[in-house]
Design a protein around this ligand. Structure first.
Ligand code: V1S
Ligand code: CA
Ligand code: ZN
Length: 380
């Protein structure tokens, strides 16, 4: 029971199906769904399962996937397997962009529908008001396109979640702090003013996926409703947090979203196998804390992250942040897979010592000003 006018504690829900950790992209492939099991062990080891509403998630249905993806592509995903790859009509693999980045592995369709089902379950809880914050660390696969996979992403769970949110919410804000440009989400909503997309990412024209320059800002009714923050190697905690807050603060005020989706790709941390930034766990988490402070319903999803021991520490820490709990540096007693976290065995390893910061003060200031100019346009 809460008194009238008193702050009600936030309801946070956690959506996970342990089966999603058991799929394998291939031995040499950097994407390791096992990182999700490590995350879940840390989250429960720290007792966070006791403070959230926990849901074991279902697989998304074929009909749910075709709310964004084409029937042709969904049918292909459903039928293809490593055993029938050789028997497909000539050109099928090229047509569907199958290759090293997006290989066909055993039970791929089950994997894609499981991570998507978790995002859709989380979205439903936000829509019906049972959650203020809904978390799915297995989601956040922001590159998948309408008719093809891209960059380790087969189904775009974020786009599908937004399509559902748009049935009830007038304005959806999408914030992407993965190292890579959130191109699939940007492209899906590039011509509408009902979804504002912003991505912070490494950009030099060459770096995957090659898009996300500062002059990509939307078109038609969506003109000025997309924003990109291109960054150079080695960005450090203070530069990232300052830029993030000084752009996201005015953006939330100006756009006034009724719901926010934050993609928390962990490849923007320092020491990531595919990464080139210098961020520590607390700095990444500060961006989540800042967005939460606006008190707007949030869907929080994972994304990239290729050093599993750091991915899991980050997402456990951010689960704490979303529940207003600061997790102690000492790892939980009796933690399974504890050997993964050596030699420091701390929740907060030092991750900022690898790259020189190639983002000059002038570059960061110019970028901030250009972003604010775009945002100012929203106020008319
Ligand atoms: N950077 C990078 C990178 N590394 C790989 C890779 C390495 C080994 C493998 F066995 C398979 C793939 N691919 C890439 C990138 C794709 C990055 C996707 C990031 C996804 C996300 O974190 O944003 C969200 C989950 N691909 C490329 O750079 C393309 C290539 C141009 C080079 C790599 N080869 C394998 C394919 C073509
Ligand atoms: Ca990004
Ligand atoms: Zn990424």
């Amino acid at each position: 029971q809460f008194e009238l006018g008193a702050a009600r504690p936030l309801r946070v829900s956690y959506h996970f199906n342990p089966k999603v950790s058991h799929y394998h992209y291939g031995v040499k492939h950097p994407m390791k769904p096992f990182r999700l099991m490590l995350t879940d062990h840390l989250v429960s080891g720290y007792g966070m399962h006791k403070v959230m509403d926990l849901y074991e998630t279902r697989a998304a249905t074929n009909d749910e996937l075709t709310e964004f993806h084409t029937e042709d592509y969904v049918h292909f995903l459903q039928k293809v397997s490593p055993d029938n790859l050789g028997k497909l009509p000539r050109g099928t693999l090229e047509k569907f962009n199958i290759g090293d980045d997006c290989p066909i592995f055993q039970n791929l369709y089950d994997y894609a529908t499981l991570y998507t089902g978790a995002s859709l379950d989380a979205t439903r809880k936000l829509i019906n008001g049972q959650s203020d914050i809904a978390i799915n660390w297995s989601g956040g696969l922001h590159h998948a396109k309408k008719n093809s996979p891209s960059g380790f992403c087969y189904v775009n769970d974020i786009v599908l979640s937004i399509v559902n949110l748009l049935r009830y919410h007038p304005r959806v804000l999408y914030i992407d702090i993965d190292l890579h440009h959130g191109d699939g989400v940007q492209e899906a909503f590039y011509t509408t003013d009902r979804v504002y997309t912003i991505s912070f990412h490494k950009y030099n024209g060459d770096f995957f996926p090659g898009t996300g320059d500062i002059d990509e800002t939307g078109c038609d009714a969506g003109e000025r409703f997309a924003l990109n923050v291109p960054l150079e190697d080695g960005i450090d905690d203070d530069s990232y947090i300052n830029l993030f807050k000084s752009v996201i603060g005015p953006l939330i005020t100006a756009y006034n979203p009724t719901v926010i989706i934050q993609q928390c790709g962990a490849d923007s941390l320092g020491h990531d196998r595919l990464g080139c930034f210098n961020l520590n766990i607390k700095a990444h988490g500060e961006c989540v804390k800042f967005v939460k402070s606006f008190g707007i319903p949030m869907l929080v999803v994972g994304g990239g992250g290729y050093t599993p021991r750091n991915v899991s520490r980050l997402w456990a820490y951010e689960t704490g942040v979303l529940n207003d709990v600061i997790l102690p540096k000492d790892l939980p007693e009796g933690l399974s897979f504890k050997n993964f976290f050596g030699p420091d065995y701390s929740l907060y390893p030092v991750l900022d010592d690898l790259y020189e910061n190639k983002n000059s003060k002038k570059y960061l200031e110019d970028t901030r000003i250009r972003c604010l100019e775009n945002i100012r346009y929203l106020q008319g």
